[in-house]
Design a binder for this molecule. Sequence first.
Ligand code: BF8
Length: 655
Amino acid sequence: MTAPANHHPRLLRAEERVCDPASVAMLHKAASDCVDTCFSRLDTQRNQCAFGTNGMCCRICHMGPCRITHKAPRGVCGADVDTIVARNYLREVAGGAAAHSDHGRHLVLLLKKVAEGQAGHYRIADEPALRRAARLYGLAEQGRTKEAVALDLAQLFLEEFSRQEGPLRTLTLAPVRRQSVWRNRGIQPSGIDRTVVECLHRTNIGVDHDYRNLLLHAFRTALADGWGGSRLASIVSDVLFGTPSPIRSHANLGVLKENTVNILVHGHEPALSEMLAIASQDPQLLAEAKAAGAEGLTLAGICCTANEVLIRHGIPVAGNFLQQELAVITGAVELLITDVQCCLPSLPEVARAYHTEVVSTSELAKTAGAEHLPFEEAQALDNAKALIRRAIANFKRRDSSKVNIPKVSQALVAGFSVAAIKYMLGGTFRASFRPLNDAIIQGRIKGLVGVVGCNNPKLKTDAYINTLTRELVKQEVIVLKTGCAAIASAKAGLLTPESALELAGPGFREVCEAVGIPPVLHMGSCVDNSRLLEAASEVVREGGLGDDLSEVPAVGVAPEWMSEKAIAIGCYFVASGVDVILGHPFHVGGSEKVTRFLNEDIRELLGAAFQVCPDPHQAAAAILELLNRKRERLGINRQAERKLYDMKDRRALSV
Ligand code: BF8
């Protein structure tokens, strides 16, 4: 909240809390403008409750709340620490899976409306993606209109939410061996809604008390996210708005301009921001902006809505999660439009110190102090234009004495969907992952690592993400990025092929140049973590690197995670057979058994596990160890060595 006049937030050691100079400058400005941010609020929350941190507090029924100690090892109901920690964990996974999946549901409902001609200006932007998706699910598409196919696909997807019996259809997109692991372990989810609802039932007072059974349902629920709601969200976004392909843009607060009307889109669901991207090009609105004294309109994004409009339109990114308040503190934002997820409730309070208007647009997500302007899909373009006009009107209220836009932004390339990667590797007629698989087999690429997830003010913003990314590129690993981790690397200049290639060793660099992909690939928003699984599945399908995702030299990392969504993502990676490294632990430390289950026992069941590495160099070493172990098991390290000797022999001969 805006600090009272007599209160000065503790002087922030800005350089120790954030990496990029734009954020450092805005933290100093926040202090001098007497505006609190999540960084200063963290200082008031420093004594965080040890019971909560370790997952040992239960407030599920009103006999409690109960806190587990040596003297009080059970709650009033008799639940022990293992049950309590596992229940809390399952509820977190449910929260994350619900958020991603509800996002997916809204897009499926929009696809249905488009098919029925009830969705205003929305269209099917990518008919080949629609027909590809229909074929994946065995739907007839040849000789049928795109609307008829879209309607069938939307119906099938809605059944993925409501299915009461039998496994999710979308699980069949995974490699066959992985599907049999899920079947044999009994963790195939049925309908997404049913699976999430069951989390609340199982964790209710007096239901599921076996920590293993609770945790297995966490993995089942996460599968309903990664191979359910999130996957559907990515598929439908591509159909409605276009499959991403590499596109250039810029990132960091410097994308805001001093002489334009600045509008920020923030949140996750792309429906409204797509229309804002179109409306922001409207000559009439540009003329109106000029008539108001501005030189034009700047539309930029925060968080995953930013990623959605970046990967399809090249709309610049103003910042990631911890920069949402800092963007307002520039004093140069006329309108901040939120949809759902990761939008801080503090935004209207921060905005009050400037002229910025905060507008919420989803019935799901209102914020006290923000203007609520519900967005109707049938009138989306009109709604988008009205929002831009509101921003133009607000430009006159901007106080230039409060404006300070850091002149910091970095060029980037984003938009590496799996289809785009295949095309880059093989062209239209021979699109395939073959060159990538071959390079991994030859040892010129050690493996694939997803570096994903949030920022967290408990850690120096972006530091772990970028230290690890640099280290992995040096170690000849392809790094796949989504969410705020992708934006972090964009700000550090790691998303231009030129600068990332400079870090790469000569062999790796050569292969990236030969096969035509950069070492660090921005694949989209957080729901697009499903694209990482899609890419790993393509690697399996292409052959030579095992029959199961657990055999592929691939690892997931969530360095600076903070959200329940990140927990769900971590669980669906592990459930898919991909090891996950966390920069800091879950709230499960109160139970040795739960911790051991997640970090060790689960490997027996699913072929992967979690590991906590608080230091990025330690994480890089752990990742290389995991990749190397998989390469050994595949027998490709020996092939790579032979290849190296062959090369040395050839060189010796040529000498
Ligand atoms: O869904 S990475 S802070 S913005 S939760 Fe949120 Fe985390 Fe960012 Fe995208 Ni994902």
